[in-house]
Design a binder for this molecule. Structure first.
Ligand code: CU
Length: 179
């Protein structure tokens, strides 16, 4: 059988991709194992050293408060974090209420709101989600999944009628639930 260079290239690419994915996965698993290494893993109240191991980003990122607001990169919007559950943001499923305003302070309605996640220290991007339009500039995010402890960049990408797509970033150091 004649070797097909295109097929061979595809196979090599696939193998390389798979290797990248498995390396990525291994790094992730290693991180999780390191976090769960203490015998106390699963305890309700981790000790101080355990907590440090859990986040390794203490003091970094935004300090959560009700009404924390960010201006988008091109200053088209402000994105206000009106409410968060849990507060501050924690590992697992998070529910956020956002309020969007344009540069003139008017409610942004009918926008497509994508929430993108990235963990800068782990260098991977967990799956994000979307915000549901509740009218009058209010958008509900019900299933923001912060999959593990660590530093998260939470990018709110807004595409609204009459505006260029623009993004605002929050950054949170996420600890274990109950921290
Ligand atoms: Cu991670």
């Amino acid at each position: 059988m004649k070797a097909d260079p295109a097929a061979r290239f595809q196979r090599v690419t696939q193998v390389a991709r798979r290797a990248t994915i498995s390396r990525w996965r291994a790094a992730c698993v290693a991180t999780c194992l390191a976090l769960c290494a203490p015998a106390s893993c699963g305890d309700e109240k981790p000790g101080p050293s355990d907590t440090d191991a859990a986040d390794s980003c203490t003091g970094e990122g935004d300090s959560y408060k009700v009404g924390l607001s960010k201006t988008s990169n091109a200053a088209s919007f402000t994105v206000e974090l009106v409410d968060a559950n849990p507060a501050p943001p924690g590992v697992g499923t998070n529910a956020w209420k956002l309020r969007l305003k344009d540069g003139g302070g008017n409610a942004v309605v009918g926008a497509i709101v994508n929430i993108n996640l990235y963990m800068p220290k782990h260098r991977h991007a967990p799956a994000g989600t979307v915000g549901a339009d509740r009218g009058d500039g209010a958008y509900d995010v019900t299933d923001l999944n912060l999959v593990m402890p660590g530093l998260f960049d939470v990018t709110v990408e807004v595409t609204a009628p009459g505006h260029m797509t623009d993004s605002a970033q929050f950054q949170f150091c996420v600890g274990r639930k109950g921290d």
